[in-house]
Design a binder for this molecule. Structure first.
Ligand code: NAD
Length: 484
């Protein structure tokens, strides 16, 4: 298995060129160089992929569960066997430290296939016995061909988080990875071919969102859309798909609060908050970008946080020692830097970073941004309200629980929060009132795949986990039998 210069679409079991025969440049963000080419597909490629998925559906959906279980596990095995290659490819495509891809992204992609392969073996639907002598049971059939659209920040991990459950329950899939990071999805096509996945069961069409993504959303044959990406794109997809009455799961942006109380376990907190702020250059939807600290701990926290963040090793993502790599693209680097300027105009004081670091040798033209810590921003200013999605955090003090909660909830987003306190009554109370779909207490990024995942408010809809994700990909029907 190897990466190729020209990425191909995966349609009906084959690797094919896009019908327009056009390609987009694919940049390595750590060097600023074009290193491969992405199919600039259009609606005709999507039509072919949808037709292949539709044709493959009857047989795939009727296969014994053990057959699908076996194939999904085989794909997981092959991802695992190619861990080094996939981690290096993801790092080259995305700019993330190779170690992060090796220890988080790729192992979690393996886990997505294993989890849903095993979940279908235990899947059950409901039955209700009425005293009037009738039984209602819920028949859950797979939907048909479904669309999975994913973003660039955790490329293979989020792509497989959608594809694995859709396939496991018996749907066929037309999927589109982000055009910014297509390489690991391309390698997944090769893995599916090697695993013996029947033609048409999974189809991967590369290209731009407004061409390929919209054609998938609008296709009459696509029964459901599972989307992860930005809130504006989510709105657009919802506006196109709602009049067609399609099922939708939208996992969108965030502006996550981290609440730190004076009674927390300081050492544990500071290590984890460093990660929750700057992992993947802050480009994880779950990163905490608004750090709120109880007044009495504020100065101690600030000193320690600044010191630790200033020691983070920024550098070539392919080096195993690197902790902070490149951000995903030049446009994204410019967006992050413009938000730092905006924060200054809004009264923010830059305590650390704020610019482009010097990274030597082959990365001297790469797209890097220093870990940046800002103080003094108002809760409601744009830089504290809008998603920056980079290594940029604001820190601010709060007085008491009520003040902390008010500040935490002062956002249109509601994806995730972290609460640091040894007072568990307080933690549970806050967990109940905080307006986020995920609440971490004294931890971050821990995830049991059986739990609901996703955000409240503008962070999305269709918050599901485990079996619920499998249920999303089914058409439930109530069957009622009167026997007396
Ligand atoms: P994006 O919305 O720009 O793109 C996501 C995907 O949608 C890409 O594949 C893109 O090509 C496609 N797309 C774009 N326009 C489309 C359209 N009109 N119709 C159909 N598809 C279209 O997001 P991004 O910049 O790739 O990713 C970053 C965003 O994703 C951030 O906002 C981040 O918070 C969010 N995100 C959310 C989660 C979550 O679980 N809630 C996880 C990761 C990332």
């Amino acid at each position: 298995m190897k990466t190729d210069k020209y990425i191909k679409n995966y349609i009906n079991g084959e690797l094919v060129d896009p019908i327009p025969n056009e390609y987009l440049d694919n940049y390595n963000p750590a060097t600023g160089e074009v290193y491969s080419y992405i199919p600039n597909s259009d609606e005709r490629d999507v039509e072919l992929a949808v037709a292949a998925a539709k044709k493959a559906f009857p047989e795939w959906s009727r296969q014994p569960i053990a057959f699908r279980w076996g194939l999904l596990n085989r794909i997981a095995d092959l991802i695992y066997q190619n861990l080094d290659l996939l981690a290096a490819a993801e790092s080259e495509d995305n700019g993330k430290p190779v170690n992060l891809a090796r220890t988080v992204d790729i192992p979690r992609a393996v886990e997505n296939f294993r989890f849903f392969a095993s979940a279908i073996k235990h899947f059950s639907s409901e039955s209700h016995h009425m005293t009037s002598g009738a039984i209602n049971y819920t028949l859950r059939r797979p939907l048909g061909a479904v669309a999975c659209i994913s973003p660039w920040n955790l490329p293979l991990y989020l792509f497989t988080w959608k594809i694995a459950p859709a396939l496991a329950i018996g749907n066929t899939v037309v999927a589109k990875p982000s055009e910014v990071t297509p390489m690991t999805a391309y390698l997944l096509s090769k893995i599916c071919i090697e695993a013996g996945l029947p033609p048409g069961v999974l189809n991967i069409v590369h290209g731009l969102g407004r061409k390929v993504g919209e054609a998938m959303v609008l296709s009459k044959e696509i029964k459901a859309i599972s989307f992860t990406g930005g809130t504006e794109t989510g709105k657009k997809i919802a506006s196109l798909a709602a009049p067609l009455f399609k099922k939708m799961s939208l996992e969108l942006g965030g502006k996550n609060p981290t609440l730190i109380f004076a009674d927390c376990d300081f050492d544990r907190m500071i290590q984890t908050v460093l990660r929750s702020s700057f992992s993947n250059q802050g480009q994880i939807c779950l990163c905490g970008s608004r750090i709120l600290v109880q007044e009495s701990l504020y100065e101690r926290f600030k000193l320690a946080f600044l010191e630790k963040a200033s020691l983070l090793r920024i550098g070539d993502p392919q080096s195993p020692d690197t902790q902070v790599g490149a951000v995903v693209s030049k446009e994204h680097q410019e967006k992050i830097l413009s938000y730092i300027e905006l924060a200054k105009e809004e009264g923010g004081r830059i305590l650390l970073g704020g610019g482009i670091p010097e990274v030597n040798k082959r990365c001297s033209n790469g797209y890097f941004v220093e870990p940046t810590i800002i103080e003094g921003l108002d809760d409601h200013c744009r830089s504290n309200q809008e998603e920056i999605f980079g290594p940029v955090v604001s820190i601010a003090p709060f007085t008491d629980e009520e003040d902390a909660l008010r500040k935490a909830n002062a956002s249109e987003y509601g994806l995730a929060s972290s609460i640091w306190t040894e007072n568990l009554s307080r933690a549970h109370k806050l967990a109940e009132s905080i307006e986020t779909g995920i609440v971490w207490i004294n931890c971050w990024m821990l995830r049991d795949l059986r739990t609901p995942f996703g955000g409240m408010k503008n962070s999305g809809m269709g918050r599901e986990g485990g079996w619920e994700v499998l249920r999303f990909f089914t058409e439930p029907k109530n069957v009622c039998i009167k026997y007396r």
